[in-house]
Design a protein around this ligand. Structure first.
Ligand SMILES: Nc1ncnc2c1ncn2[C@@H]1O[C@H](COP(=O)(O)OP(=O)(O)OP(=O)(O)O)[C@@H](O)[C@H]1O
Length: 671
C-alpha cells in the first residue's frame, strides 16, 4: 500500500504560526468579515467585564443605601448587558459562517485541481486515504480554526488585557497577585504546544491510513468476501483504529494535564487575592463593593484564560492540517519542458494541422519513434536495473505495432511513456518527427488515445464515460465507437447509453468495461493509439469481432498495441519483442514465430529449446535487433525488417483461423 506522510518528528522545528500564515491567500477575500466578526466578539467579551463594575455600583450604592429601586435598575442593566453579549456573539457567528464555508470550498477545489495535475509518479507514492483525509478532515479542522480559535485567541487576549487594566485600576496590589501566574502559564503553554503538535500530526496521519484501509476494503469487497478475508481485514482495521485511539487518548491526556494546570494556577492566585482582599476589607482599606467587583472581574477572566489550552490545541491541529494540505499543494505539477506553445504552433504551421496520420511527414521520421529511451521508476530501489534501457523502436505512420514481452518486462511502462504519464529518464519519443516533450500536454493527449488493460470507468453514464475520450464528439462518434468496440450490450441497458454505470463501472462485467474503455480510446479517431492489452477480458468470438472492427480504425492510425495472445497480435502489421528492458526483435508475427525462440515460447506457452530463462536475457534471436540479427541455432533467421508483402494481410486474417494458425505455427517453430 503506497503511503506517504512526513515523519511526525519533522514537525518539531516547524512554526505553527508560519504554517497558519500560509492560509492568508484564502482568507484575504473574506478578511473584512473576519475582522468585523473579531471586533464584534471583542466588544461582546468586554461587555462581560462591565458586569462586575455594575455589581460594584449596586453593592456600594443602592444596596448600601437600602434603595430597592436602584437595585432593580442595576438588575435591569445587568440583564441588558447579558442580552447584548448573547446577541453580539450570535451576530459574530452569522458573520463568519458563510465566508468560511467559501474558504473551505476554495481550498478543496484547489486541492482537487492540483491532484489532477500532479504526475502519475506522485499518485504511485501517495496512499489515496492520505489524500482523501487532507481533502476532508484537514480542511474541516482549518475551517474550524478560522471560525473559532483564530478569533478567540485574539478576543481572549484582548479581554485578558482589558480585564487586567480594570483589576489593576480597582486595587493594584491584588492585581499584581493575579499577575504572578503569567510566567508559569507561558512556560506550560509553550511546552504543551511543542508536544501537542507531534501527537496531533501523528493522529492526523493515522486518520489518513485508516481512510486508506476503509477505501481499499470497500473497493476490494469482492476479493475480501471471495477469499473470506473479512475477519483479517476487520483485524487490520481494528489494529489501526486502536493505534489511532491510543494517539487520541495521548492527545486527551496532554490536553487534560495542560487544562488542569491552566485552571489550577489562576485559581490559586484568585484564592490568594481573596484572602488578601478580605483582610483589606476587614482593615477598612478596601470597600466591600470593590472586592466584589475585583473578584467578579477575576472570575469573568477565568474562561478566557482556561480556554487558552484548547484554543492552542485546536490551533496546533490546524497548523498540522495546513502542513499536510500544503505538502500536497507544494508538490510540483507536470511541467511543460520548453516553450511548448510556440514550438507547437510552428510545427502545426509546418505540417498543416489535423491531417491524416503523419500527413506530409516522411515515413522514416513520421509515426511513433522511441530513440534510446530508458526509464526507471522514481521509487525503484537504489541499485536496481532500469525497467527500460535503450529502447529503439519505430512504428511507421499508419502502422500497427504489437508489443510482446514476458510478464513484468515493461510493456505497460513503455506505453505509459507515450502520453507522458511518466517521463523517460533518457532518450526521446517523437510523434511524426516532433519530440513529445515540445508539445503541450493537452495537444499530445489529443493526438494520442490510450486504453489500459484495467479499464477505469467513472460514476457517470455510459455516454459520458466514452465521450471523455474526445472533446466535442457527438452522438454519431459515440455510436461509431460503441460499434467498433462491439459494445452492443449498451442498448440492452435500462437507459441505453444514458445508463449510469456506478462507481468504477462495477455494475458491468470486466469485458463490458474493457469494451467501453476501448470505445473511449477510439471515439475521437486519434492519430496515435496506444492499447495495453485491451481485449484480454473478451471471449474469443467477441474479440474476433472487435479486432475486425478495429482493423478498419487502425487503417489510418499509428498504433502500439500490447498483446499477450496470438489473436491480438494478429491485429498488427509488425511485432516488437520487449525483453530485458530492450527491444530485442522486430518483425512480422510469422517471421518472429519462425526465428525467435522467446517469441515462439511467449506465443505458444511451450518451452523453447533453451528454456525461457535463457531467452529472457535477450539472447533469443530476432529478425530486427538493436545489436544485429543473430541466427538461432539450427534456424534460418530471415532478417527482414518491414512487413513482408502479404504479411499484413496474413497477419490480419480474421480471427478463428489465425489463433489456430498461430499456435500451430508456433508449435511448429518452437519444437
Ligand atoms: N509504479 C511503479 N513503481 C515501481 N515499479 C513499478 C511500477 N509499476 C511497475 N513497476 C515495475 O516495472 C516492471 C515492469 O512493469 P510493467 O507493468 O510495465 O510490466 P508489463 O510488461 O506490462 O507486465 P504485464 O505483462 O504483467 O502487464 C515490473 O517489474 C514492475 O514491478
Amino acid at each position: 500500500m503506497p503511503t506517504t506522510h512526513s515523519d511526525a518528528s519533522d514537525t518539531t522545528d516547524r512554526s505553527a504560526v508560519r504554517s497558519l500564515v500560509r492560509l492568508w491567500p484564502y482568507v484575504r477575500p473574506v478578511r473584512a468579515r473576519l475582522f468585523s466578526a473579531a471586533l464584534v466578539a471583542i466588544v461582546a467579551s468586554c461587555l462581560s467585564l462591565v458586569i462586575p463594575l455594575v455589581l460594584k455600583w449596586i453593592v456600594d450604592g443602592p444596596v448600601a443605601a437600602g434603595d430597592p429601586g436602584g437595585v432593580w435598575f442595576g438588575a435591569l442593566v445587568l440583564l441588558l448587558l447579558g442580552v447584548a453579549e448573547a446577541v453580539l456573539f450570535g451576530f459574530r457567528r452569522w458573520l463568519v459562517a458563510r465566508p468560511l464555508a467559501g474558504v473551505e470550498a476554495a481550498m478543496r477545489a484547489d486541492l482537487f485541481r492540483h491532484l489532477q495535475r500532479l504526475p502519475v509518479a506522485f499518485h504511485d507514492r501517495w496512499a489515496s486515504g492520505q489524500l482523501l483525509s487532507r481533502g476532508t478532515t484537514d480542511l474541516m479542522l482549518l475551517r474550524m480554526f478560522l471560525a473559532f480559535p483564530l478569533t478567540f485567541l485574539l478576543v481572549n487576549a484582548t479581554t485578558i488585557l482589558v480585564g487586567f487594566v480594570i483589576l489593576l485600576g480597582q486595587e493594584w496590589t491584588l492585581g499584581l497577585v493575579l499577575l504572578v501566574p503569567v510566567l508559569p502559564l507561558v512556560v506550560v503553554c509553550s511546552l504543551f504546544e511543542a508536544r501537542y503538535s507531534l501527537v496531533a500530526r501523528k493522529a492526523q496521519d493515522q486518520v489518513g491510513d485508516l481512510t486508506t484501509v476503509v477505501e481499499e476494503s470497500v473497493l476490494g469487497i469482492r476479493v475480501i468476501k471471495g477469499f473470506g478475508r473479512h475477519r483479517s481485514q476487520a483485524e487490520a482495521f481494528r489494529g489501526l483504529s486502536e493505534r489511532l485511539r491510543g494517539t487520541e487518548l495521548g492527545k486527551a491526556r496532554l490536553l487534560g494535564s495542560v487544562w488542569a494546570l491552566i485552571t489550577i494556577i489562576p485559581e490559586l492566585a484568585i484564592g490568594a487575592a481573596l484572602v488578601l482582599g478580605t483582610i483589606q476589607v476587614a482593615d477598612g482599606t478596601l470597600s466591600a463593593g470593590t472586592l466584589v467587583a475585583f473578584l467578579s472581574t477575576a472570575l469573568a477572566l477565568r474562561w478566557p484564560v482556561d480556554s487558552i489550552g484548547f484554543l492552542l490545541a485546536m490551533s496546533q491541529e490546524a497548523a498540522t492540517a495546513a502542513d499536510r494540505y500544503f505538502e500536497v499543494l507544494d508538490a510540483a505539477e507536470e511541467r511543460e519542458t520548453h516553450d511548448v506553445r510556440e514550438t507547437a504552433t510552428r510545427t502545426e504551421q509546418r505540417r498543416g494541422t489535423g491531417g491524416a496520420a503523419g500527413a506530409g511527414v516522411p515515413a522514416e521520421t513520421g509515426g511513433l519513434r522511441f530513440e534510446g529511451v530508458g526509464f526507471r521508476y522514481p521509487d525503484a530501489p537504489d541499485g536496481s536495473a532500469p525497467v527500460l534501457a535503450r529502447i529503439d523502436l519505430h512504428v511507421r505512420p499508419g502502422e500497427t505495432m504489437a508489443l510482446v514481452g514476458g510478464t513484468g518486462s515493461g510493456k505497460t511502462t513503455l506505453t505509459a511513456l507515450v502520453p507522458r504519464l511518466y517521463e523517460p529518464t533518457s532518450g526521446r519519443i517523437t510523434l511524426d518527427g516532433q519530440d513529445i516533450t515540445t508539445m503541450p500536454r493537452e495537444r499530445l493527449r489529443e493526438l494520442v488515445s490510450v486504453a489500459f488493460e484495467e479499464p477505469t470507468l467513472f460514476s457517470a453514464s455510459v455516454a459520458e464515460n466514452v465521450l471523455m475520450g474526445a472533446q466535442g464528439a457527438g452522438e454519431a462518434a459515440l455510436r461509431r465507437s460503441l460499434d467498433i468496440a462491439q459494445a452492443g450490450f449498451v442498448d440492452a441497458l435500462p437507459h441505453g447509453a444514458a445508463t449510469q454505470v456506478g462507481e468504477q463501472g462495477l455494475s458491468l462485467s470486466g469485458g463490458q468495461r474493457q469494451r467501453l474503455a476501448l470505445a473511449r480510446a477510439v471515439v475521437g479517431g486519434p492519430r496515435f493509439l496506444v492499447l495495453d492489452d485491451p481485449l484480454s477480458a473478451l471471449d474469443v468470438h467477441t474479440e474476433a469481432l472487435v479486432e475486425a472492427a478495429l482493423r478498419r480504425v487502425l487503417e489510418d492510425t499509428t498504433a502500439l498495441v500490447v498483446a499477450h495472445r496470438p489473436s491480438t497480435v494478429m491485429l498488427a502489421d509488425r511485432v516488437a519483442l520487449l525483453s530485458g528492458g530492450r527491444i530485442t526483435a522486430v518483425g512480422t508475427h510469422h517471421e518472429l514465430l519462425r526465428t525467435n525462440a522467446e517469441y515462439a515460447w511467449l506465443m505458444s506457452g511451450t518451452e523453447g529449446p533453451d528454456g525461457p530463462a535463457d531467452m529472457a536475457d535477450g539472447s533469443g534471436t530476432g529478425v530486427e535487433r538493436a545489436d544485429g540479427p543473430a541466427d538461432m541455432a539450427g534456424r534460418s533467421g530471415t532478417g527482414t525488417c518491414g512487413p513482408v508483402a502479404g504479411d499484413r494481410d496474413r497477419a490480419k486474417t480474421p480471427k478463428g483461423r489465425t489463433d489456430a494458425d498461430a499456435i500451430a505455427g508456433t508449435e511448429g517453430t518452437a519444437r
